[in-house]
Design a protein around this ligand. Structure first.
Ligand SMILES: [Zn+2]
Length: 700
């Protein structure tokens, strides 16, 4: 039975500060009935547009399509933010129920025959409509969206394509829930002092904190959260425990039983293959790549290969050095040699790093307390783009750990709202990401706008840092700090957006452009000036010593072969598994092993993601045949940051102004190649990326 809509807070006006969702009033059981009302209303709006007796024009069709469905979209945004970062079994059940229905809804809108007829006719005469450039871009974008959704297919094929989308939504939802279940099911309990051997204080503190949070008896708990597992693999002297933890981490999704992702991944691949065939493509990768900057598999593979061979050579050199260190240590300790395994690499790499660069993770972390690093990202944003972040401590979001900030631009005018959700917890999925409750636009109808259709963005950054013990600061590794900067770069892409239409706003760009604003922002963390100002010891307030900054700088290419091979192998596997020209059932574990053998993955390195928990590929479809986008964007971010290097100032006002205008603010309103050229004054070159990774010399 449908609940009384007048009692459902999701369907009421949100008279809250900034129009934030009414978090305190919303319960899991509100979502399904609210969706039912909002989807029907959206559908009615679109039907009315399709059957409008007036001839189609830009306003009554294209701008109207962009503006409609705002109630549904704000509910959906809240729903997916909660299922990702503060979920519950009730929300997960609602998600399993709604995922296919939402997919069916999106599909019904994007293949709506009467509406598509109007869009198609406008598209056919787009040269003669006297459109502004952004309007023209919006028309082309919607036309592409509809064609890719199957609007041009014959009725039977269109129907099948719709069914596939629903089943994909179901399967990818289950895939993500299975990974979370495996992550929550595992804990390595450290019971005795011997179990803690080698762990520095910050790892012990995080493990103790995790044990306390979970009510576990013992000295500490290691979870599968990256901020737990990576330090444990880096420092634990207990090879047996490292192996145990490493296996649990890399076998997520590959256990028989109700959370097994092996067959599920195969089903998803088969559905994608069928979808690609319906659209006339030989494989899913071809279908996915038609709407990207790269355009073709050949272009993606060429870039990946340019990195793969030199990175392999580099990792092999690293491996030999680690093996020597491991042998030496083992000979001394036990009189035997050691065959370096996947769970040993980080451990011995840390030993080498400590000796070669006198860099000790435990010595670095005190200079990277979370609070100061948050000040650092805000300060960089202010110096580059003139925006200020003002904390609103009286506003409680969906979890007490989430901080809310008002974002102000020139003349202190409010330009958006920023939510920072930094800590790992059992109700949050792993990884780090940016999302929104509302995208910026000036075409938002009357829902959630401040005045005359202007909607200010509400942007969220999620991280998974291990929280410090009560009264203790949360200390970040340099990698954690880089993740903080990365997600904040995405956040700025949403917050600085300055376009008219929501479909073109912020991160709604082609997916191989979307990592540019995030990755280029990471560069400021490495700037000595930024480190001197913000990397201060949590207890003494002393800035990080020059010698330590210099050593960090020297060590920046250390272990890059390992990191690059792990990433590139995952990107190549993604391309290979989506380049199959058959939808036959696949043993994904065997496929992955055979493919890695063929590629010649160096021993003891491993990959970033195994297929059974590769959430980029299978927890949704936006990064399927798209894991390469980080490398694609790295070509752009390395080349782009060089503009500041050439100007001799990491905060050069002119370069920053162009970066803001053409990269952070323009969303999808300009074609990405053109946007980059407008920022940089020329097309990008691949050399700065290869140099940054230390691969230029090796590649010859
Ligand atoms: Zn990113």
């Amino acid at each position: 039975m449908m609940a009384d809509a007048t009692l459902n807070p999701l369907l009421q006006p949100w008279n809250t500060p900034y129009g934030l969702p009414p978090f305190a009033d919303v319960k899991a059981e509100h979502f399904v009935p609210a969706f039912e009302v909002a989807l029907a209303a959206h559908r009615a709006e679109v039907d009315a547009m399709g059957s409008n007796p007036q001839a189609a024009d830009f306003d009554n069709t294209i701008a109207a399509l962009d503006a409609c469905g705002r109630v549904y979209r704000r509910i959906e945004a809240l729903f997916y933010n909660l299922t990702a970062s503060e979920t519950s079994s009730a929300l997960q059940a609602a998600e399993r129920e709604m995922a296919p229905r939402l997919a069916a809804h999106r599909n019904a809108i994007q293949t709506h025959p009467a509406l598509f007829t109007r869009i198609d006719s406008l598209h056919g005469q787009r040269e003669r409509l006297g459109l502004q450039p952004e309007q023209r871009r919006l028309l082309e974008r919607f036309h592409t969206d509809f064609v890719r959704a199957g609007a041009r297919l014959a009725p039977a094929e269109r129907q099948r394509s719709g069914q596939i989308m629903e089943r994909l939504a179901e399967a990818t939802t289950r895939f993500a829930q299975n990974v979370l279940a495996d992550e929550n099911a595992y804990r390595l309990v450290l019971r005795t002092e011997a179990d803690l051997a080698g762990l520095p204080d910050f790892v012990r503190a995080a493990a103790a904190q995790a044990a306390a949070e979970r009510g576990v008896d013992g000295l500490g708990v290691i979870t599968l959260s990256r901020s737990h597992i990576v330090p444990f693999l880096t420092f634990s002297d207990r090879r047996d425990l490292r192996e145990q933890a490493w296996r649990a981490w890399t076998e997520r999704g590959a256990h028989p039983g109700e959370h097994d992702n092996r067959a599920l991944a195969s089903d998803i691949l088969a559905l994608r293959h069928e979808l690609a065939r319906l659209h006339g493509h030989a494989c899913y990768a071809d279908h996915a790549l038609t709407d990207t900057m790269a355009g073709t598999r050949a272009a993606v593979n060429q870039l990946l290969q340019q990195v793969w061979e030199p990175a392999k050579a580099c990792a092999e050199q690293e491996r030999v050095a680690l093996q020597a260190v491991a042998d030496f240590a083992e000979q001394r300790a036990r009189g035997e040699s050691l065959d370096l395994q996947d769970w040993d690499w980080r451990y011995y790499a840390e030993k080498v790093r400590q000796v070669r660069y006198e860099l000790d993770e435990a010595q670095i972390k005190p200079y990277f307390p979370l609070d100061r690093m948050v000040e650092a990202v805000f300060d960089c944003a202010q110096r580059l783009f003139g925006v200020r972040f003002v904390e609103q401590p009286h506003i409680r979001a969906y979890h007490p750990d989430v901080k809310v900030y008002e974002v102000r631009g020139a003349d202190e005018a409010q330009i958006g709202v920023f939510l920072h959700d930094n800590f790992a917890r059992a109700s949050k999925r792993s990884g780090a990401w940016m999302s929104s409750f509302r995208m910026q636009s000036r075409n938002s109808g009357d829902v959630g706008s401040t005045n005359s259709g202007e909607a200010l963005p509400i942007i969220i950054n999620n991280n998974n840092f291990a929280k410090g013990a009560p009264g203790e600061p949360t200390l970040l590794s340099f990698d954690d700090a880089r993740t903080l900067f990365h997600e904040f770069g995405h956040g700025l892409h949403g917050l600085l957006s300055n376009v008219t239409y929501e479909r073109l706003s912020g991160t709604n760009v082609l997916r191989d452009f979307v990592e540019l604003p995030s990755q280029i922002f990471e560069h400021w963390l490495g700037e000595p000036e930024v480190l001197k100002r913000h990397a201060r010891h949590h207890a003494t307030g002393e800035p990080i010593p020059d010698a330590l900054v210099a050593r960090l700088h020297e060590a920046r290419r250390f272990n890059q072969g390992y990191e690059t091979v792990r990433y590139t192998a995952s990107a190549l596997i993604d391309m290979a598994v989506h380049a199959r020209t058959t939808g036959d059932a696949l043993d994904v574990v065997a496929f992955e092993r055979a493919e890695l053998d063929r590629l010649g993955l160096p021993a003891a390195v491993g990959v970033n993601h195994r297929l059974t928990h590769f959430q980029h590929l299978f927890s949704g479809s936006s990064y399927a045949a798209g894991y390469y986008v980080y490398l694609w964007a790295e070509v752009l971010d390395a080349d782009g940051f060089d503009a500041f290097v050439e100007a001799g100032n990491p905060f050069d006002a002119d370069v920053a102004r162009r970066l803001k205008q053409f990269i952070y603010a323009s969303g999808n309103s300009i074609e990405p190649t053109e946007a980059y050229r407008a920022f940089r004054g020329r097309a990008p070159t691949v050399v700065p990326m290869l140099r940054k990774k230390g691969l230029l010399e090796v590649s010859g």
